[in-house]
Design a protein around this ligand. Structure first.
Ligand SMILES: NC(=O)c1ccc[n+]([C@@H]2O[C@H](COP(=O)([O-])OP(=O)(O)OC[C@H]3O[C@@H](n4cnc5c(N)ncnc54)[C@H](OP(=O)(O)O)[C@@H]3O)[C@@H](O)[C@H]2O)c1
Length: 258
């Protein structure tokens, strides 16, 4: 069974940064389902990326609202689906006590609730398509090096990313015998509008990050750990995150299974 060339991929948060880089990096004959809130940007991407060989569908939806997930799932189920990139995310920066409650809970909804709901709703479709075509599918959940340690002034953001990493690793283990690769992408600083210090040395381009993630799909030797060694590796993971943050160039990919 092979990964094969992906036929149709869903990318959330495709209107900017890493998500847009995923959309632009995927093979030109792979159909795309792109989501975000910015309708004008979605239309621009659809216009630019669609071709005779590729259909691009867009869904404008606010992932802080649960109805958004239903709209995206409806569209995604209307065709084959070989991959889901749960990339949309946001990270309020500043003192927890000064932040608006809505801003904090939106980060939890977009970063945690939406990927769980989308993955849960689309998993049967991904697995069925993969099995029937004798191929593999994938889920990439975009976490962060912030997943490895608490970050004061980004307390909620770092906690949501720890959730994404934990969720992804457990899911990958649960699904290890299925034709599905489940990866957590944990970049360090990436040059997107979300990064306050865009031009610091050692930051990565969103294109680099998207390419690294897509190249990792289907490989089992990216950074394999299993549940039993997780506890032993935790201090090491934290140390690695601190070092990579200090270097400003961290990117870790964790894959379970295989
Ligand atoms: N940049 C970094 O240094 C870095 C490092 C590690 C991890 N990450 C992670 O990478 C992912 C992408 O971030 P980025 O740096 O590329 O940031 P970005 O350029 O700000 O892009 C964020 C994307 O998420 C979408 N999004 C945000 N809130 C949304 C909502 N409520 N509903 C629907 N879509 C929403 C945005 O769409 P609209 O603008 O259309 O709403 C946009 O497409 C995030 O999960 C982030 O946590 C980033």
């Amino acid at each position: 069974m092979t990964l094969g060339r992906p036929r149709r991929i869903l990318v959330t948060g495709a209107t900017s940064g890493i998500g847009e880089a995923f959309a632009r990096t995927l093979p030109r004959d792979c159909d795309l389902v792109l989501t975000g809130r910015n309708e004008a940007k979605l239309d621009q991407l659809a216009h630019e990326l669609a071709s005779e060989r590729r259909k691009v569908e867009v869904v404008a939806a606010d992932l802080a609202a649960s109805a958004a997930v239903d709209a995206i799932v409806d569209t995604a189920r209307r065709g084959p689906l070989d991959g889901l990139v749960n990339n949309a995310g946001l990270g309020p920066y500043g003192r927890f006590r000064d932040a608006a409650t809505d801003e904090l809970t939106a980060a939890v909804d977009v970063n945690c609730r939406a990927p769980v709901a989308l993955t849960h709703a689309l998993l049967p479709h991904l697995l069925e398509d993969a099995r029937s075509g004798d191929r593999r599918a994938f889920v990439i959940n975009v976490a962060s090096t912030a997943a490895y340690a608490p970050v004061p002034r980004m307390a909620v953001y770092a906690a949501t990313k720890a959730f994404v990493l934990s969720f992804t690793e457990a899911l990958a283990t649960e699904l290890r015998s299925e034709p599905l690769d489940v990866l957590a992408l944990c970049p360090g600083p990436v040059r997107t509008r979300a990064l306050p210090f865009r031009f610091a040395p050692g930051t990565r381009s969103p294109e680099d990050v998207a390419r690294l993630a897509l190249d990792a799909v289907g490989r089992t030797n990216v950074a394999y750990t299993d549940m039993a060694t997780r506890a032993m590796l935790a201090p090491l993971s934290n140390a690695r995150a601190v070092v990579s943050r200090a270097l400003g160039a961290g990117l870790a990919l964790t894959q379970r299974g295989g």
